[in-house]
Design a protein around this ligand. Structure first.
Ligand code: MN
Length: 467
């Protein structure tokens, strides 16, 4: 199927050129290569190859459906639909996010293809006119990067931000580059001095299989943090952090103990995201210690599985879950493919069960949508909520005062009752009335603990005043 999509798209894009001057077909190949790197299935890779034929060639959806079936057609159509919304300010942002959330619940692979498409476009953004560069870079930083982050694809999210940064804010980008150049070397020399001390302690603690590395903070994320901390780079403790990959979950905690026996932790900076994962599924132990010579240093400790998940999110999660049930299916017609198409040959080695596209989507839906919904504020901010959440939960999540003062809600432009069950992709506008107080009845339908707490706290306070 991948070979067929390759030939089909190559023919359709024949003669077209990108703004960079290279053949247009290089772009779908790049997108498909990325999808392959994320370990996705053959339908997604085929859709990646075909993702621009509707938009940029004479191809009709019927033609794709006839050749490649309903599912691939749906993905390609979805990608074209998302591509038509242009980022112009907050309203378009909310609409774009809504469309993406909806395609997420339809077939999450649509969003994977769109992300792969955007990543390659960002890598070649320099070839576009300046005005367009800025719009696309902003859209990338404000929509695609946060979306990737929510899907747990942290590596991609950071990469998208760093690609956008020089186009959004060239002066600060320049400033960060200089700053990092100055501090990074110093920091790295220090960590190299610390490393043998850790290795020795781990060895004595009976931890033999592990990996230890440094991870440098990405530029844009560093810039955001600097802004938060008054531009003082000395206050950014995780500029370069240690990362230890431990063999098992238990050994993560043992490793944490060993680190703390070497150097005292900074109070309030130990974070157990293994026991309490972040909403996007991120798992790891973080600690910050007064390290060698009293220098404050951050450590991240996790297993290999957690690490893959942290970098590649739900895609990695799915691959791990299925690792036990792989069937090796080999392509027979691979040899017919163009020799330059190195990535296609790699599919042969990929231990992916291509028959399980269905299972793949279901696994993603179960993992990603069973327990969470993602609703959107009119300004385009995504609010992460548990299933069955209502506008009241939404309001409390935005701000406790907004929760208290809620009198009604408009969901996708329609007035809804306060116990309405929200869906992913809903744009929720809370109608408030100053001085309005929460009602006891709300306790009967709110889904979040935090909303319950806020309401109960208010009611208890009222009770106390009365007595
Ligand atoms: Mn494209």
């Amino acid at each position: 199927m991948v070979a067929k999509a390759y030939a089909f798209a190559e023919k359709k894009h024949a003669g077209q050129k990108r703004k960079t001057g290279e053949p247009y077909f290089n772009h779908p190949i790049a997108a498909a290569t990325q999808l392959l790197k994320w370990g996705l299935d053959e339908e997604t890779i085929a859709a990646g190859l075909l993702h621009d034929v509707l938009e940029d060639t004479e191809t009709t959806p019927e033609e794709i459906e006839k050749e490649f079936g309903e599912k691939i057609t749906a993905i390609v159509k979805g990608v074209s639909k998302i591509g038509k919304i242009k980022y112009r300010g907050k309203e378009a942002q909310a609409e774009l996010l809504r469309k993406m959330m909806l395609s997420l619940s339809d077939d999450v692979r649509t969003v994977f293809v769109k992300l792969a498409d955007r990543l390659h476009n960002m890598k070649t953004l320099g070839a576009l006119p300046v005005q367009k560069q800025k719009r696309i870079a902003l859209e990338t930083a404000e929509i695609y990067a946060p979306l990737a982050y929510r899907l747990g694809m942290r590596e991609l999210s950071g990469e998208l931000e760093d690609l956008a940064f020089p186009f959004i804010d060239p002066r600060n980008h320049e400033m960060i580059l200089k700053l990092v150049e100055k501090y990074y070397g110093k920091r790295e020399r220090y960590l190299l001095k610390v490393k043998p001390i850790i290795e020795e302690a781990l060895f004595r603690g009976g931890i033999n299989e592990y990996e230890i590395s440094f991870r440098a903070k990405k530029y844009y994320s560093l810039f955001k943090k600097l802004k938060k901390y008054g531009m003082e780079i000395e206050n950014i403790y995780d500029l370069v952090a240690f990362r230890i990959i431990a063999p098992t979950l238990e050994k993560c905690y043992t490793t944490l103990g060993i680190i703390h026996s070497l150097w005292p932790p900074v109070p309030g900076r130990i974070k157990d995201y293994i026991a309490n994962p972040k909403p996007n599924g991120y798992r790891s132990l973080h600690t910050t210690v007064f390290c060698l010579d009293g220098k404050i240093t951050e450590f991240q400790i996790r297993t290999k599985e957690m690490h893959e998940e942290a970098e590649n999110g739900i895609a990695a999660h799915w691959i791990y879950k299925r690792a036990g049930e792989f069937n090796k299916i080999k392509y027979k017609n691979l040899s017919q493919l163009s020799k330059e198409a190195e990535w296609v040959r790699k599919t042969e080695k990929q231990k992916t069960d291509f028959k399980s596209a269905e299972g793949f989507i279901n696994a993603l839906k179960v993992d990603f949508f069973k327990d969470r919904i993602y609703a959107i504020t009119p300004k385009g901010e995504v609010i992460d909520l548990p299933a069955k959440a209502t506008p009241v939960d939404f309001a409390y999540k935005v701000h406790s005062l907004l929760g208290h003062e809620t009198v009604g809600a408009r969901v996708n432009g329609k007035i809804t009752p306060l116990n309405f069950k929200l869906n992913s992709g809903d744009i929720v506008e809370i109608l408030r009335q100053k001085g309005k107080k929460p009602s006891k009845d709300w306790l009967g339908f709110v889904a979040t603990e935090s909303a319950k707490d806020h309401i109960k706290n208010y009611l208890n306070k009222k009770e106390r005043i009365k007595n």
